[in-house]
Design a protein around this ligand. Structure first.
Ligand SMILES: [Mg+2]
Length: 288
C-alpha cells in the first residue's frame, strides 16, 4: 500500500461507520448497485478527462468498455469541456451515440454517416462572445503568472480554456479560483476542471445539454433522465451528479470529496479509465 491507498482505506472505514451524515454524503461501492437499476438503464453519460483517461491517455480498457456498453444495448454519450474540433472526431470515430462538448455549448452526433451539430447559440452570438473572451484572455495572462491558454483553444467554438495543470504545473491552489473571478468580473461563467478553467458567455451547461439530447433530439419523455447513469471524477461534474438520478465516480473523485455537496451515488475502487471499465463491467454483469 502506498500512503494514498492507506488514507483512502482510513477514509472509507470512517465513512462506513454509519450515521445520518454518512447516509447523505457517503458514496456506495459500485459493487452495491442493484441489478434492477442496471437492467433499467438506457445509457451512460460520462466525463472524459480523468474519467475515461488516466494520466491524459485513453486506456484500452476504458475504450473497450464503451464498445461493450453499446454492444449490450446502452446508449453512450461522453460529456466534456473539450473543443469542437476534438468532439467532431469523437462523434465520428468513437463507439458513441452523441457527444456533448465545450461544457454544453453543443451536441454532435452521426446520422446516416453525416455529422449533425446542434449549438445552443447562433453563429452570430458565438462570434460576438469570442470577441469578448479575447479581452478576458488578455487580462488573465496579464494578472496570473505562468498560466497559459490551453493548446486546444484553436479548435474551440464557444469558450476560452486556461491551462493550469495540463501542460503547466501550478502548485498555488488559489489560481483556478482567481481565474474564475476574472471571468465573472466580465459577466462570463466559468468552471474548473482537473486541468483547465473554461469560461463562456451565455447560459448553456452540460446538464441542460444532456436533457436537450434526451428530450428533444431523442424525443424521450422528460422523466427519462432517471434511466441514465452519469460517470465523472471532479467538481465540474457535480451538477450532473445532482441532475442524474443514477451517478458514479471513479476512485480519484475522493481527492475532491470535501469540496462536493452532491457526491455521486456510487464509487469505483480504481482511478480514471480503470475505474470507468470497472463501473461498466459491474453494470453489464448485473444486467445479464
Ligand atoms: Mg474530468
Amino acid at each position: 500500500l502506498n500512503p494514498c491507498d492507506i488514507l483512502l482505506t482510513i477514509t472509507a472505514r470512517f465513512d462506513a461507520k454509519g450515521s445520518d451524515h454518512a447516509m447523505t454524503t457517503r458514496m456506495r461501492p459500485i459493487a452495491e448497485i442493484p441489478a434492477e437499476t442496471c437492467r433499467q438503464l438506457r445509457g451512460v453519460f460520462c466525463d472524459i478527462d480523468d474519467t475515461l483517461t488516466t494520466d491524459g491517455k485513453l486506456l484500452a480498457c476504458s475504450y473497450s468498455a464503451l464498445w461493450k456498453a453499446r454492444a449490450a444495448g446502452l446508449a453512450v454519450v461522453p460529456v466534456t469541456g473539450r473543443p469542437a474540433g476534438w468532439v467532431d472526431h469523437f462523434a465520428r470515430m468513437w463507439p458513441v451515440d452523441a457527444v456533448i462538448g465545450e461544457n454544453g455549448a453543443f451536441i454532435f452526433w452521426l446520422e446516416n454517416g453525416k455529422l449533425q451539430r446542434r449549438f445552443v447559440q447562433s453563429a452570430a452570438e458565438r462570434a460576438s462572445h469570442r470577441r469578448e473572451l479575447e479581452t478576458i484572455r488578455e487580462q488573465v495572462l496579464r494578472e496570473i503568472p505562468r498560466v497559459k491558454v490551453a493548446t486546444d483553444q484553436a479548435y474551440r467554438e464557444s469558450d476560452l480554456a486556461i491551462d493550469f495543470a495540463e501542460e503547466v504545473q501550478i502548485d498555488d491552489a488559489s489560481v483556478p479560483e482567481r481565474i474564475v473571478a476574472i471571468f465573472e468580473r466580465h459577466g462570463a461563467r466559468a468552471k474548473i476542471s482537473s486541468i483547465h478553467v473554461n469560461g463562456w458567455f451565455g447560459d448553456f451547461d452540460k446538464l441542460t445539454a444532456a436533457k436537450t439530447l434526451i428530450d428533444e433530439i431523442w424525443r424521450e419523455q422528460a422523466a427519462s433522465i432517471d434511466r441514465y447513469l452519469y460517470v465523472g471524477d471532479s467538481p465540474n461534474d457535480e451538477p450532473l451528479f445532482a441532475g442524474f438520478f443514477q451517478s458514479a465516480g471513479v476512485a480519484n473523485i475522493r481527492r475532491f470529496q470535501k469540496r462536493l455537496t452532491h457526491l455521486p451515488r456510487y464509487v469505483a475502487e480504481r482511478d480514471g479509465g480503470e475505474g470507468f471499465a470497472e463501473i461498466i463491467d459491474t453494470i453489464l454483469a448485473r444486467r445479464a
